[in-house]
Design a protein around this ligand. Sequence first.
Ligand code: BES
Ligand code: ZN
Ligand code: ZN
Length: 531
Amino acid sequence: MIDFKFSSEKLFDQKFEKSVKADCYVMFLKSDFDFSKDLQEIERKYLPNLEAFFALKDFKGEAKSSLLMHATDKKEIFHTLFLGLGKANSEKDVKDKNDKNKKNKSLKKGSGILEIENLRRALGVLIRVVEKNKFKNIVIELPSAELFGVTEEFFAKQIATILNMANYHFDCFITTESCKLPKDYNIILIADKSRISALKAGLHEGEIIGEAVNIARHAIDLPAANMNPQDLVNLAKAIAKENKLKITVFDEEDIIKMGMGGLAAVSKGSDRDCALVIMEYKTSKKNASTLAFVGKGITFDSGGLSLKPANSMETMKEDMSGAAAVIASMEAFAKLKPEVNIICVAPISENLPSGKATKPGDIITFYNGKTAEVRNTDAEGRLILADALSYVEDKYKPDIIIDLATLTGACQYALGHFYCGMMSKDTDLISKVQKASDLSGDRVWNLPFHDDYKAAIKSSVADICNIGSPKYMAGTVTAGFFLSNFVDHTPWLHLDIAGTAFNVPDMPYYRDGATGFGVRLLVELVCNWNK
Ligand code: BES
Ligand code: ZN
Ligand code: ZN
């Protein structure tokens, strides 16, 4: 738990020494900081040889860099942590950004703005340093929100979201207490009095978002033995109950009866039942839009009879990351109360081999009546999503549909871990999602989605085939085209999160394991929907 408090007494001020005591004082520095202007006074009064120490450690305020300085103040030793924010964008970039978004108030000439992502990463580094040094009470001198070209509220939202995300550690199976990391921090944020009420509002939202991200991460990080289809259903039920959301759960029998041949086919090899979870958030606002979010919920993907090689299977507990993101986001929506209606749909199953499993060559019929040849049982995500997409369009008639799925290894190859693949034909929806991505830090990359790729999934024995013909390549896009058969007329956007959901390297606010990708994006999208 992170407990936030405020103080308006500037760090290293005369009075400060006596009023705010802490294990660690934190200051942010841009890479073009001016030592004589920004730090000389502090060096003289409190931190002797600071400039020489910066030089010795080659600390220049670069993004993701940090420097911890120990100093003595009369009897006590205290620590000061300097965090690098990197370089501001050039004035030209700033002008372009302001021209694009006229609402952004123009910045003073000569200022340049810093990417808010640099602040996020610096905050991630902050948590890594304090956990290593076992600090508990931390005082942070906040930079101005203007430095990043954002409002105070947005700025504080990022701070609380990221500090909570960075503080997440999947440690429930670690029995050696000393290997568990500390989680409780008292943080005092130093800011002028005039900023505090806006900052408080942002912190509150950020805490809600950070918690939702961490709920998704915990569900994903749990081994498949502890997060089987029923466990994931139970998580959705618990979130619904706690937040008074409507929830409907269809079991395997219902699914077969409703004609959801894709979900049923994937579940055949498992002794455990599949499920379809539908959660609903309703706003009190009249005539509000209805947004549907669909998430792939394969609690373990062995590949089925088209068995994966051992190393590709190692992390396949992550294959319910889409479902975890949409389910966990519902908790944030229930608390943030956006003025839209939201339908969350999660088709949930295991993908295992057995004597009863679906076999390569089998032909299945989906909820919307279309048929597919299953040439590879490892391309199972599209089969369960097919039924979920056509069901939600048919029954709920939403204004838009977005699905999130760890769908293809090809997406990892194409984009790596830092961007997910985005596919849609609806330019309005693309730009809305792109904007939410720019704001939230969950990064999307728009992939080509032209009908030329459609021919890749032709079948000679059924309407379509569940894998693309190798001569077309582009496995991520052809998987997207498979899904396009199951959305008839609703604006729809597909996010392939195979690369961004798990084991993303080099991000100080993540760790090995789940990232909760998609939660921040959906929350930002929903909260800005009517703007
Ligand atoms: N769950 C995998 C995709 C995946 C790969 C997710 C790596 C996360 C990390 C998916 O079900 C799958 O196995 N896809 C196959 C499709 C192929 C058989 C056409 C793949 O990508 O190899
Ligand atoms: Zn698979
Ligand atoms: Zn899968």
